[in-house]
Design a protein around this ligand. Sequence first.
Ligand code: APR
Length: 312
Amino acid sequence: MPSVMTPKVSVIGAGNVGAEAARGLAARQLADVVLLDIVEGVPQGKALDMLQAGPIVGYDSLVTGSNDYKDIAGSDIVIVTAGLARKPGMSRDDLLKKNAQIISSVAQNIKQHAPNSIILTVTNPLDTMTYLAWKASGFVPEKVVGMAPLLDLARMAAFIAIELNVPLTSVSAMVLGTHGDLMVPVPSQTKVSGKPITELLPQAKIDAIVERTKNGGAEIVAHLKTGSAYYAPAAAAVRMAEAILKDKKELIPSSVLAQGQYGLNDLYIGLPAKLGKGGAEQIVEIELTKAEEAALKRSAEAIKANNQKCVK
Ligand code: APR
């Protein structure tokens, strides 16, 4: 079968998020996909299954499974989902040490085998893992970007849509900061069909939605009992990959290296960024309220504390 897609995206980790991201990339005909895992057989089996969905769904993307990093050569983007997922009662921080080792070794492999790619991290705790991927790969900061604020804002948008009984797509929400309990939902920049939610909902309702957004991941973990969310996380990774592959210059909050923006330095944190073929090409500074600014600082402190536990 000929490869008809020019772009190539590799997905490291063929678990729930990785497989769903691979499926999303293929189904949208965005790229040929290599799915890679340390477990033998799983990426091969899932890739073959996805390939066989092509004639039914109507896509020509070539999906292959592998356990060998040589197969990621020539990737435009490498999406990193390898690691452990959060289980009930396990905080994101519990994952820190284990996933730090995994990410560092994955990033070194990407450096060796796909040195011209853009790394898109998904593994949690997200901001620290993205920082470690940047350090271990030696890539320029623009070419290492983390997925999470888009997921968090989508969760906030969904809760607002339910509350106001409006279409999901009519809500444009904003969440910055860390992907964790100290995330920074930004109601002042959150709108429904262009109207600020601060004019549409009483403060108590907004506060409740903000709280539910902060617990968005844990709410799903509590339902699932084993494993954590993957449809929306994978959809967010695919959407970011699309913005990069198509050079859209789309403003998507992402985990990016702060270099003075918002008064922050030397950490990956969720900020509005323009995504294009260069990766996170530009961090955009938007107006925040004093309370939102303070929350962003608290987020940054929490991320830095995590980073320090991992970087010797
Ligand atoms: N190299 C490659 N793959 C690895 C490695 C490694 N060193 N270590 C683990 N993996 C693989 C596992 O074999 C597994 O298939 O990563 C996959 C993880 O899949 P799941 O356990 O299903 O986890 P998932 O739900 O996909 O979440 C992955 O994304 O959203 C985050 O918090 C989540 O950090 C977690 C990550």
